[in-house]
Design a protein around this ligand. Structure first.
Ligand code: SAH
Length: 232
């Protein structure tokens, strides 16, 4: 009888205290199976992907899916990109620790956190106020002192802090915004999805004042919105 009672208590107790999800293990697995396996080889990028706690950047109800191989909704009709796409775009930027980077499309702030692990300073612009505010709060809580978030239209870039060694755009305009090209430093890299419903991921480099453009893979991002893209 006592034994039965003890057993029942044990079952009850273990049901009430489920094991904590081992997010670090999930991150390690994500890097191995989704990122390294697809050819991302830059060690600094792999380390950053293994370090940043992606589950903190998705809605609480979706945390258990944060390390899966697909994008997830983050509210306001927007999405956080698939981990592999984040890693690929980051690798294409070829960041040095002394670099300054502009991101257009802060969203959850996850991509900004990855960039902040790899360079000196990240400027990031988000057009939806609720997302900009939430990302700024979270990044502050995580002690990312080298990220500045602004709410506005990223089509125009951020002249005040230009030129940038890297510019990454995580929403898709129909054509490359001219201000972003202007705000790229000599030797700078711009990684951007371009097109309407389906887009091409492009890498554009400024070499001796000239642009060298490379098409990479077809991608699907949310569209760039705001006055700039409409030519207003
Ligand atoms: N990099 C983000 C993913 C963002 S999804 C992350 O890591 O979570 C793309 C984001 O671009 C959306 O939040 C959308 O609101 C924003 N966006 C769309 N048009 C924009 C514009 N003109 N300027 C700045 N942000 C824009």
């Amino acid at each position: 009888m006592v034994k039965m009672l003890l057993l029942a208590m044990l079952v009850l107790f273990s049901a009430q205290a489920p094991a904590e999800t081992d997010y670090a293990a999930l991150r390690k697995k994500m890097v191995e199976t989704q990122i390294k396996a697809r050819g991302i080889a830059d060690n600094r990028v792999l380390k950053a992907m293994e370090k940043v706690e992606r589950h903190l950047f998705v809605p609480e109800s979706l945390r258990s899916l944060a390390y899966e191989d697909y994008p997830l909704p983050i509210g306001e009709g927007q999405t956080i990109s698939q981990p592999y796409i984040v890693a690929l775009m980051t690798e294409l930027l070829e960041l040095k620790p002394s670099d300054r980077v502009l991101e257009v499309g802060t969203g959850s702030g996850y991509q900004a956190a990855i960039l902040a692990e790899l360079c000196q300073k990240v400027y990031t612009i988000e057009i939806i106020p609720a997302l900009a505010e939430r990302a700024e709060k979270l990044l502050r809580r995580l002690n990312y002192g080298n990220i500045t978030v602004k709410c506005g239209d990223g089509f125009a870039g951020w002249k005040e802090f230009a030129p940038f060694d890297g510019i990454i755009v995580t929403c898709a305009p129909p054509a490359v915004p001219a201000p972003l090209i202007e705000q790229l430093s000599e030797g700078g890299r711009l990684v951007i999805p371009v097109g309407e419903e389906f887009q091409q991921l492009k890498l554009i480099r400024k070499v001796k004042g000239k642009l060298v453009e490379k098409d990479l893979i077809p991608v699907r991002f949310v569209p760039m919105t705001g006055p700039g893209v409409k030519g207003k």
